[in-house]
Design a protein around this ligand. Structure first.
Ligand SMILES: [Zn+2]
Length: 637
């Protein structure tokens, strides 16, 4: 008997209804609870919490559900470890000790965060009290930042001394070694250390949970170089994974279901001060996948507030392409996108570009004309429009070759438009603006698209030609099929792509995290899937390193003792069948739930009844499709 895992213990002690209701207004309806879905905007509630099974599901645009872990992860944008820590605290469950190495790393992280927060308080104190800080205080005043903003953002000042912060912090008992690790001091070649930040306005950078992880430091000298000096990359701080202001913007982003990404600290502070709190900053890098992943948990409507100079535009546009690529992959639909409730394009992130008056950044706009800001945000143009406009700026409409180049440059973005109707609109618009035949644009789009499909097909086929191997399988009949399915997928790196190949050939969706119920399984599967994407010949050891230690026990259970050897083809078939059974089971449950909801809605004359009817129909069709595939599963493989 495996001991009850911490994860299960937390789940046992918490009631999903209680946890969800600390975020949402739940209304009891029959045996269940309903609310407006927090993950998409809607007028009638399609978010349902099922107390009996301790699950939640959005039957609206999201069509997604899960357990209490999935809920808080999605709601708060937490990773699994954070969710576990927080829920364990709420449940009064003590977390199992981690491995010695991890424990040490966690202790060090705590210690360094403590140090950084002490440093922030120190700089803050210097700003308020030191006579040398006069210029910094005048700078803040000149920027129009209020005392409250200074307080909220914990602004500070570093003395024009080589050892100001170092002496103070070491006197407080912090070790020079740790000061080096946080980047607060720099090692001298001749030995000894000196302060990295001197005579600068200090802006603490916090992580999504509001903990100081580094600093941005602005020079007060008009000729000072660099203008902004950031903390170096450390174990806590990586600017490509951080968004300035996110800890304070999260709520507003969710409430308004929109996030504005600006470029600098001042933009964020000014916006928040003016009451526009859904603004974060990317801190001078192109947008990265890691940053977008964090945002996407809070909202899929992203507005970029661009620096109007060309270099800025190009940097951000490069970022947009990266974003499109990574987000498309991430948001691959769980089921057939055409089938699901007719919500086309719901999976595409809405990315818009806000156009600033020339020579101005958000900071200027908000200070000079705060009412203008929401208008600019509202008027932000879809990326394709913006890009088209930009490319068109100096195109000679008589130059056929130049026009073809513009079309080619637009193709990658155009292809990323998932909604075919929208895409057609764009094709028309491009054709009109460039004065070319619409069919020419379409032809170009298709010919390039085709090549890519072919390429991905042939690569998939080569994945199939893996030599036949013996596989060993745990076939205890009582082993839950979920465990079986995941453990098989983990057993050999090539298996997942083979299974997906078979599923696609049959018009079924590839394996997705949502195929697994428990959050821990989903986390393990996602980590595995990502690893396979980056390194097709990965191993369980690497996976283990990726996972929080709380999941190591579960991972070991998934590597249960080997009993029966299976041939390659049979293994693929086995996993496909198991997976289809899993889907069948989940769909049956959903169809059942929807029946209850429909009955209740009809009895109460609730207008939502129609929505449930539709969802019921869609899910029933998916169930039938899955069942048909199961019935034909004999000739798989
Ligand atoms: Zn929803």
């Amino acid at each position: 008997m495996a001991p009850v895992s911490t994860i299960d213990e937390v789940k046992d002690r918490l009631d999903v209804v209680e946890v969800v209701s600390s975020y949402l207004q739940l209304n009891k309806s029959g045996g269940n609870y309903k609310a407006l879905c927090p993950f998409h905007s809607e007028k009638t509630p399609s978010f349902v919490v099922f107390p009996d099974s301790q699950r939640w599901h959005c039957f609206g645009a999201c069509n997604e559900g899960g357990d209490v872990f999935n809920f808080v992860m999605k709601m708060e944008g937490w990773d699994f470890r954070t969710a576990l820590e927080e829920l364990a605290r709420q449940a009064g469950v003590e977390l199992k000790p981690q491995t010695p190495a991890q424990e040490e790393a966690a202790e060090e992280a705590d210690r360094l965060r403590g140090l950084l927060s002490a440093a922030a308080r120190y700089y803050r104190h210097v700003l308020t009290n030191a006579p040398e800080a006069g210029r910094a205080r005048r700078y803040i005043e000149g920027r129009g930042l209020s005392d409250e903003t200074v307080e909220v953002f914990l602004l500070g000042y570093s003395l024009p001394e080589w050892e100001g912060a170092r002496s103070y912090l070491t006197e407080q008992g912090y070790k020079v070694e740790d000061l080096l690790k946080t980047g607060l001091v720099i090692e001298r070649e001749s030995g000894g250390t000196y302060d990295r930040f001197r005579d600068r306005l200090m802006i603490p950078i916090r992580d999504g949970r509001g903990r100081v992880i580094g600093f941005g430091a602005r020079t007060l000298d008009p000729d000072g170089v660099p203008k902004y000096l950031n903390s170096p990359k450390t174990s806590l701080f990586d600017k490509s994974r951080t968004l300035f202001g996110l800890d304070m913007a999260k709520r507003a982003i969710r409430r308004e279901d929109r996030v504005v990404i600006a470029e600098g600290y001042m933009d964020v502070m000014q916006a928040h001060q003016a009451g526009y709190k859904n603004v974060v900053a990317q801190m001078g890098t192109a947008l990265t996948e890691a940053q977008l992943r964090q945002l996407q948990r809070h909202s899929k409507r992203i507005v970029l507030a661009l620096d109007p100079d060309v270099a800025g535009v190009q940097a951000t546009l490069h970022g947009v392409e990266v974003a499109r690529d990574s987000l498309e992959k991430e948001w691959e639909p769980v089921f057939d996108p055409r089938g699901l409730m007719g919500y086309e394009g719901r999976l595409g992130v809405e990315m818009r570009v806000l156009q600033l008056p020339s020579e101005q950044d958000p900071d200027d706009v908000i200070r000079q004309n705060p009412e203008k800001w929401p208008e600019l945000v509202e008027e932000a143009a879809p990326v394709v429009d913006f890009y088209l406009q930009l490319l068109m700026e100096d195109v000679d409409l008589d130059d056929t070759k130049a026009k073809a180049r513009v079309v080619d440059e637009l193709l990658p973005i155009l292809r990323a438009v998932t909604n075919p109707v929208e895409r057609e609109d764009y094709v028309q618009k491009i054709a009109r603006s460039l004065r070319v035949d619409e069919r020419a644009v379409l032809a170009r789009l298709r010919s390039k698209g085709q090549k890519e499909i072919k390429r991905s097909r042939s690569s998939r086929r080569s994945g199939h030609s893996d030599r036949t191997q013996d596989h060993v399988v745990d076939r205890r009949p009582e082993a839950p099929i979920e465990t079986y399915c995941l453990s098989m997928l983990l057993r050999r790196p090539g298996l997942l792509s083979q299974v997906n190949g078979v599923l696609r050939e049959r018009g079924l969706d590839p394996v997705h995290a949502q195929d697994f119920g428990p959050a821990s399984f989903r986390v393990i599967f996602e980590a595995w899937n990502e690893l396979l994407d980056s390194k097709p010949s990965t191993s369980i050891e690497l996976l283990r390193e990726e996972l929080p230690s709380d999941l190591h026990g579960q991972l070991e259970e998934l590597q249960a003792p080997d009993e029966i050897a299976l041939a390659d083809e049979q293994l693929v078939r086995d996993v496909v069948v198991t997976l289809l059974r899993l889907r069948q089971r989940r769909l049956r449950q959903l169809v059942q739930d929807l029946k209850t909801l429909m009955l209740e809605a009809h009895e109460e004359g609730d207008p939502r009844g129609k929505q449930y009817d539709r969802a019921h129909l869609v899910h029933t069709q998916m169930l039938l499709k899955t069942q048909r595939a199961l019935a034909q599963s004999w000739d798989i493989g």
